[in-house]
Structure formats: C-alpha cells, structure tokens
Design a protein around this ligand. Structure first.
Ligand code: NDP
Length: 315
C-alpha cells in the first residue's frame, strides 16, 4: 500500500513543497492538515498534486479544541498513520504586542510548539498501530538550535531560562508571555518555540523509540527566504532577504529543494536513525548536525515535556 503521511501547514512554503515531492513519487498519500481549507485545495491544485494523492483536513494549531477535533476526524477516516510531519509555524518578528491562541497562550509558542505537542501525543497510538516498515515523527526545527552557524547566533537568541513563563501558561495575565519570563519579543518567541520543537523530538526519542521503533527526527531545512514565514516582516526586509541569503550567506535554498530534503527525511530508507537533527551540505547531501547546548539539554527536554503536558491538558 501507499504510505500515509500527515503534514501540518501544507498550504504553502516547505509543507506544500514536501507534499508535492512525496505525492509525485506515487508512493504516498498526503493528508494536508491546514487551517484554511480553500487555500490548501487551491495550493494543491496549483502545485499539480493529483487528486488521488492528497486529502485536505482542517486543523488550526492555535486551538487545542481544533487539534482534538482533527485527531477525531483523522481516526474516523480509517486511514493508517505512517509518518507525521509537524511543519506549520507562525513568525511575528515585528509584532510589538503579543497575540494569543484560542486558549489564551502566546501565539508563536502556542501554535508552533504546544499545538504540535498535543497533536503528536494524540497521534502516537495511531503510529504505533501502523504496520508500515519505517514509521517516523518529524518535527521541523530551525537554525536557531545550531551554534555552529552565524545565523544561529543572531540576537535575540533563544533562551528558555527556568521556564517560569511557560509554567505560568504564557497568558500575559498572571504570567509573562515569554517562556523565560521576560518581556514580549516576537522574534525570540519564534526561536524559543523552535528550541521547544527540537527538545520535544529528543524527549519523544528517549521515551518512545525503544518501545515503538518509531524514528523521531528534526531538521534544519535551510534558509527558504521566499516563503510566507516572512510575511509579517517589513517590506524592505522582504525585498533584501532572498538576495542576501543567495549571494552573501549562501544559505538560500528554493522551496522545491527544501521540500525534496524534507521528503527524504520522510521516506529515504537510509535516514532511519532516531533522535537526529538533519541538515544539508551545499551539494544536497544530508548530515547529522550538532544542536546548541540548550537545544540538546536533556533535563530541559524533560521539563518542556512535563510543563507542556499540563498546558495542553494531558496531565
Ligand atoms: P510558511 O509561512 O510558508 O508556511 C507555514 C505554514 O504553517 C502555512 O501553511 C500556514 O498556513 C501554517 N500555519 C500557520 N499557523 C497555523 C495554524 N494555527 N494552524 C495550522 N496551520 C498553520 O513558512 P515555511 O514554509 O517557511 O515554514 C515551514 C517550517 O519551516 C516552519 O516550521 C518553519 O519554522 C521552518 N523553517 C523555515 C525556514 C525558512 O527559511 N523559511 C528556516 C527554518 C525553519 P496558512 O497557509 O493558512 O498561512
């Protein structure tokens, strides 16, 4: 049978390019888990993904109810789950004030980390039940976890501190909206959320790889300077960022190329190692990258997991 893969945020950018790359092989059925149904249908069509290779299902990661509803709908569909790709994200580098999820949690961490945390916890059983030979749970990370790159060191740097803000629920009422308890900073909130993504992957690996055989992985897809992720940046930035990445840092990758990279992490028989953070060399070969100290701190991974369980209502 075909493999069955859920990709969150498959209506644009990396998620769409990955859906396309997998669908084109004829070996995958892609469940595009998206908040805007019509946009996702149109995106699939314009990417040329044929009807029998995808299904759009509604998922708004900024609402824990919506995550639970998505999981119920998916279970009801009777499809197996072989691979789950947590890809969707919001990035608000110019926001002066925080915004919030339906549950009153700061939006970047609420969407990028907590929505995905609940989703992957609730779908783990479905993955366990699948008879697919190589089951994988992939959480898209970012360069902010790489200390061996220049971009990984640009301020404001990610820092989870003692997680007092996270423990308080990031609600801006009786707790800070930032994980470390500091003042709101949209760019940092995004980076913090990506550290949580990479820590979550490692904690999944530690808790479940031995028992389930599922491969848990994260990756840095490269700088895909053209995607919607930068939609909230100032116009001058949006104009200069792609050529800057192409010619100065040379870290630029096209959406197509990055989609092929993520598709490898989903399906390549040689990328089955669990607990790994993948990156790519200039010649497109993949390698296991080093995470920053914070992004590989196992006691922090455990703490993020335990606090997150409480916030999403699992503990
Ligand atoms: P895009 O903005 O193009 O894609 C993000 C996707 O997430 C969109 O489809 C968006 O939906 C979806 N999304 C946002 N909020 C929600 C929500 N509440 N519920 C469901 N879906 C939601 O950005 P990219 O393709 O660049 O980003 C994909 C991943 O790659 C992210 O995890 C990002 O952190 C990571 N990444 C990207 C880099 C880059 O250079 N671009 C570098 C490093 C990592 P909609 O279409 O409705 O807006």
């Amino acid at each position: 049978r075909k493999g069955s893969v859920i990709i969150t945020g498959a209506s644009s950018g990396l998620g769409l390019a990955t859906a396309k790359a997998l669908a084109e092989t004829g070996k995958w059925h892609v469940i595009m888990a998206c908040r805007d149904f019509l946009k996702a249908e149109r995106a699939a069509k314009s990417a040329g993904i044929s009807k029998e290779n995808y299904t759009v299902m509604h998922l708004d990661l900024a609402s824990l109810d919506s995550v639970r509803q998505f999981v119920a709908n998916f279970k009801q569909s009777g499809r197996p789950l072989d691979v789950l790709v947590c890809n969707a994200a919001v990035y608000q580098p110019t926001a002066k004030e925080p915004t919030f999820t339906a549950d009153g949690i700061e939006l970047s961490v609420g969407t990028n980390h907590l929505g995905h945390f609940l989703l992957s916890r609730l779908l783990l059983d479905d993955m366990k039940q699948s008879d697919y030979p190589s089951k994988r749970l992939i959480i898209v990370g970012s360069i902010t976890g790489n200390t061996n790159t220049l971009a990984g060191n640009v301020p404001p740097k990610a820092n989870l501190g003692d997680m007092r803000g996270l423990a308080g629920g990031l609600n801006g009422l009786n707790s800070s909206t930032m994980i470390d308890g500091g003042d709101f900073d949209g760019a940092k909130a995004y980076k913090d959320s990506k550290i949580c993504n990479m820590l979550t992957m490692q904690e999944f690996h530690r808790r479940y790889h031995g028992e389930t055989g599922i491969t848990f992985a994260s990756l840095y897809p490269g700088c895909i300077a053209t995607t919607g992720l930068f939609r909230e940046h100032i116009p001058l930035f949006r104009m200069l960022f792609p050529p800057f990445q192409k010619f100065i840092t040379k870290g630029f990758v096209s959406e197509d190329e990055s989609g092929k990279g993520l598709a490898q992490v989903v399906s390549d028989p040689s990328l089955t190692k669990s607990g790994v953070y993948w990156s790519w060399n200039k010649d497109s070969s993949s390698f296991e990258n080093q995470l920053s100290e914070e992004a590989s701190d196992l006691s922090k991974a455990r703490k993020v997991w335990e606090i997150s369980e409480k916030l999403v209502g699992l503990a």
